[in-house]
Structures are given as C-alpha cells and as structure tokens.
Ligand binder design. Structure first.
Ligand code: GLP
Length: 250
C-alpha cells in the first residue's frame, strides 16, 4: 500500500480529483468504482470544477457505485442515487447508459417478474450488478471511503473476503454515522453492496480518509493483518492501493 498524507481535507479533495482525472486522461474509457459518503464530496466538487467547460471529460467513462440502501427508491433524497446526481451526474457528461447504481427496490427485476418476492428480486438485482461489471473491461480504478469500523462500501466487520455484490445488514455504528442523511426518518437497515472480492478485482484502488474520527481506522489499516474483523484490511492483499489521508486522520 502506498500512503500519501496531505495537510487537510481540501488538499485531500484536490489530490483525489487529480488522481481520478489523470486515470481518465490515461484511459478515456475507464471503468470506475465510485464511493458516496461525506469524505468524497470534496473530490467530486473538484472534479466538477475541473471539468466545467471542458467537453468529453467523462464521455467514454463507465461507472459503478459501490453501494445503495435497500428499500428506498432511487428518487429518495437519502439514496446514493440522489447523492450521485447532486455531486457528479448532474454536472458532467457521463452517459446515463454507462452509469450503474444498484437499485435498492430492484424495480427493473420486479417489472420483468412481478411474481418474485422482494427478497428474491434484490438477490437477482445483485447478480445483475455483478454481470454488468463482468460485461465491461472490469473495474480499472475504484475509489473508497473508510468507515470508522473499517467498513469499505457497506462491507461491515465479518464480511468474507470472497464476498460479491449482495444484500447486507448495516452495523449499529453505521446507522448512527449515516443518520443525518435521513432527517426525521430511520436509516434503512439494509443495503446492496459490492463485495470485498468485487472491490479487490479492481486493477487499482484509492482509499480516502479525513478527520480525527478516522484516525483509529487508518491506524488499524496500517498495522493489522488481513482479517474480516476489519474489512479494509483486505486491501493489504492488493498490489495497487493508494491510501490518501489528511493529517488529522493520519
Ligand atoms: C458509508 C458508505 C461508505 C463510506 C463510509 C464512510 O456508510 N456506504 O461507502 O465510505 O460509510 O462514510 P463517510 O465518508 O461519510 O465517513
């Protein structure tokens, strides 16, 4: 793992955006794995700023989001679909047909087979997502945030390293951490997430952590042997991982 420590959140956002845009510059038809959460918001802001007025920034790029809440429609303001629209999709020239976000209501699956139970439809949606990734050249660069309990995407502690896209239950700590995305509502307790094996198949991985609240998690990422107790430790088994942290998180 290569560690890069920068001064603060703004520097982290600029550096992450530069890495992402450089990767697209090198491979204009790159397949990206994209994160949500508070940490990457600054990166998206910098990417949108850099692309402003430049045509074809994302024209041939394909994206797969890491995860989505289950049980809420994409139009819900707390969904990661809405997050991606606000932070990136409404501002760059990504082609809608090349943007992939798991559907936590499995609407397309159910439209094709209304007899299915929601459970089966969600399972089918996960398989559909894996097939969609497999139908591309494969994830070229995947960008991750880091949960304070070590989760990557929504792979909570205990997630097997050979896991693929699936429905998961969120840890109490994650529900609390994400409560502000759902003012006046309960945070959905389940989600669809890419699995750890799905993420590890990416040719290159960038993981971002900012702020004191992530310091313990970055310490564990630096020191612990790979174990499902701390899902991000799986990244130690990958040959091309950059950990980008600010001073407060390091
Ligand atoms: C969320 C997301 C993760 C994200 C992580 C950290 O629950 N599902 O993909 O990386 O938790 O979020 P934040 O950047 O807001 O701390």
């Amino acid at each position: 793992m290569k560690w890069t420590v920068v001064d603060d959140y703004d520097a982290l956002s600029r550096e992450a955006a530069a890495i992402l845009l450089d990767a697209i510059g090198t491979s204009p038809d790159l397949v990206l794995g994209l994160p949500t959460g508070r940490t990457p918001e600054g990166m998206y802001r910098e990417v949108v700023r850099a692309c402003h007025g430049r045509y074809h920034c994302f024209r041939d790029v394909t994206t797969f989001n890491l995860d989505e809440y289950a049980g809420i429609p994409p139009s819900h303001s707390g969904s990661y679909c809405s997050y991606m629209k606000r932070n990136l999709l409404d501002h760059v020239d990504l082609q809608p047909s090349r943007v992939h976000i798991p559907d936590g209501t499995a609407a397309a699956v159910l439209a094709g087979n209304p007899e299915l139970s929601l459970e089966h439809a969600l399972a089918e949606e996960c398989e559909r997502y894996e097939r969609a990734i497999a139908a591309t050249a494969g994830l070229g660069l995947t960008i991750l945030g880091l949960g304070s309990n070590g989760h990557i995407a929504f792979n909570e502690p205990g997630s097997p390293f050979d896991s693929r896209t699936r429905v998961v239950h969120l840890a109490e700590e994650t529900l609390r951490a994400n409560a502000e995305e759902f003012p006046g509502e309960r945070v959905p307790e389940r989600a669809i997430t890419m699995g750890i094996a799905t993420i590890l198949a990416s040719r290159s991985i960038l993981i971002l952590a900012s702020g004191e609240a992530k310091r313990e998690a970055t310490r564990r990422l630096a020191r612990e042997r790979p174990s499902p107790d701390f899902p991000a430790s799986a990244l130690r088994m990958h040959a091309d991982v950059t950990v980008l942290v600010d001073r407060a998180a390091s």
